[in-house]
Design a protein around this ligand. Structure first.
Ligand code: ADP
Ligand code: MG
Length: 515
């Protein structure tokens, strides 16, 4: 006889249904798993057998063949264990109400004692199970909150094999879990801008960057608050939509980074990888493909502190993710795509000693060293950073400021208003690679022509800047995108000369440091 149980496999952040077919025959006493299993799946044999024995369930003394279909997809990991076990239980008539498993999906790793261990990627698999028409999903107890986010499928959290057996034998029916928004997720709040003294210019730049989704580079001597400002940017970004939350949670789920009491990530991620990080760890990949920092930062902020310290090859690997908002990793089994739409924030000192351009402290670097330091950053990367702003050292008056600075909540309110204007504007606009445009930073040339029309006053100001700063066409477009954001923050339909002037200010570093 052949029995069936259903489970799901992972492919990137997507998941597909896997059918476990179990065949048994009295002739021999062997146990085989086929259907392109990797080593972890092959080892399921030993875990399943031990789980049977240690749960005091009779392991059949006959030939058992388990096939994981579709056979052309490589099955990885240990999450198929539970479904394999269930298929054997059904096959050997150990579940009285086996028909109730027909519309169920089973996910979980078995321990030798029969406990069910948490696995990665449960959110993605629950979505796949629902899309495949399953009505119930049985997952490790610790993954139940995560799966419960998906509506339209009953989620059961299971601690061990006996709970499954008793449930399907009608002895101790399990009750489905319901989604409970977790308070802890919101307490994951980021530090507040009200702690930052002075630095009006940099704070304004951060607000503009957050509003338009522009990438940001902060340059200045040590100890002026660059890292402080960067860490506070997520606190002024607009709230994530439900879809964004799901997408971000999926990436964290397959990476095993969701805390066990978490269901949905609702605060935008802030990732701050160290400069010794390798290119695959940043962009994604590796022998067992995993999302990189760029994908973990999806819908949030990727912060590269001390930018020139990063290996050039590593920062170069950011180019494609920055351009496309997704990253594709080619493997023998196919191409994996991970989302990576993030806001890039970088901080750096202007030179090795940190004091080039400082009003009072003397810089001890040789001019050639300063050039070398700056030139470590690749031009194409800088090209993708719309705002490059100086964060100067504070004077005493700013340091001893009595009144509190503006709070993140107040800034965020303006950011939200500007974003609403953008969402309305771009509701029917897509990029060349087909991504929905949601903010000004994503505008491509044709959108800039359409939405950043200039009056004659504005155009003559642009012309002056173009000639004086020796702007490229790229630089020109960048100023227009910024001016559009500044106008949106001011709730102005048309871009005005003052918006252009401020946008040019946000690029003044080009001249000072990079020429
Ligand atoms: N603008 C500022 N307002 C308040 N504190 C500041 C400011 N700038 C620096 N500090 C103090 O100095 C410390 C170092 O700041 P940090 O942001 O790490 O500097 P940077 O990254 O520019 O080297 C902070 O933890 C904070 O205590
Ligand atoms: Mg710092």
């Amino acid at each position: 006889m052949i029995s069936y149980a259903y489970t799901a496999g992972l492919f990137g952040i997507d998941s597909y249904e896997v059918t476990v077919e179990c065949h048994s025959d009295v002739k021999l006493s062997v146990f085989e798993i086929v259907g392109l299993p990797d080593n972890a799946v092959k080892e399921a044999k030993e875990r399943v057998r031990a789980a049977f024995v240690n749960s005091r369930l009779p392991f059949p003394d006959r030939e058992i063949i388990v096939n994981l279909a579709p056979a052309d997809m490589r099955k990885e990991g240990s999450s198929f264990d539970l479904a394999i076990l269930v298929s054997i239980l059904i096959n050997t008539d150990q579940l009285e109400n086996a028909h109730l498993a027909n519309d169920a999906c089973f996910i979980g790793e078995l321990s030798l004692s029969g406990d069910i261990r948490r696995v990665n990627g449960v959110l993605c698999m629950a979505i796949a199970a629902k899309n495949a028409g399953r009505k119930k999903i049985f997952v490790p107890y610790e993954n139940a909150q995560e799966a419960s986010v998906v509506s339209g499928i009953e989620v059961y959290g299971v601690k061990n094999v006996l709970e499954i057996v008793d449930h399907f034998n009608g002895l101790r029916p399990l009750t489905p879990v319901t989604y409970e928004p977790n308070e802890n997720e919101d307490s994951l709040k980021y530090p507040d801008f009200k702690d930052v003294l002075g630095q009006k210019g940099a704070k304004r730049a951060a607000e503009i960057a957050a509003a338009g989704g522009h990438n940001l580079l902060l340059i200045g001597p040590p100890g002026t608050g660059k890292s402080m400002i960067a860490k506070r940017i997520p606190s002024i970004l607009p709230e994530m939509t439900f879809e964004e939350s799901i997408e971000t949670t999926k990436v964290h789920s397959i990476s095993g980074l969701l805390p066990s009491d978490a269901s949905l990530i609702r605060t935008r991620p802030f990732r701050s990888p160290h400069h010794t990080m390798s290119a695959p760890a940043l962009a994604g990949g590796g022998k067992i493909p995993m999302p990189g920092e760029v994908s973990l930062a999806n819908n949030g902020v990727l912060f590269l502190d001390e930018l020139p310290e990063f290996n050039r090859q590593v920062t170069e690997s950011l180019r494609q993710p920055l351009e496309d908002g997704k990253i594709t990793i080619t493997r023998t089994m196919g191409r994996l795509t991970y989302p990576c739409s993030f806001m890039l924030v970088c901080a750096m000192n202007p030179c090795k000693c940190g004091y080039f351009g400082h009003p009072t402290k003397e810089c001890t670097c040789k001019p050639t060293d300063i050039k070398k330091y700056i030139s470590k950053i690749s031009g194409p990367l800088l090209d993708r950073i719309d705002i490059q702003i100086e964060v100067p050292s504070l004077n005493y008056k700013e340091m001893s400021q009595k009144e509190e600075s503006e709070s993140s909540a107040a800034i965020r309110e303006r950011v939200n208003k500007a974003r609403k204007i953008m969402q309305e504007r771009f509701k029917d606009e897509k990029t060349e690679v087909g991504n929905q445009i949601t903010c000004n930073a994503q505008m491509e040339a044709k959108h800039i022509r359409k939405y950043c029309k200039l009056s004659s006053d504005c155009s003559s100001l642009m012309e002056q800047a173009f000639n004086a700063l020796g702007l490229s066409a790229r630089g020109h477009d960048r100023i227009l995108r910024l001016a559009r954001t500044i106008a949106d923050l001011a709730d102005c339909k048309e871009i005005e000369p003052c918006h252009i002037a401020e946008a040019i200010q946000l690029r003044s570093l080009d001249k000072k440091y990079f020429k």
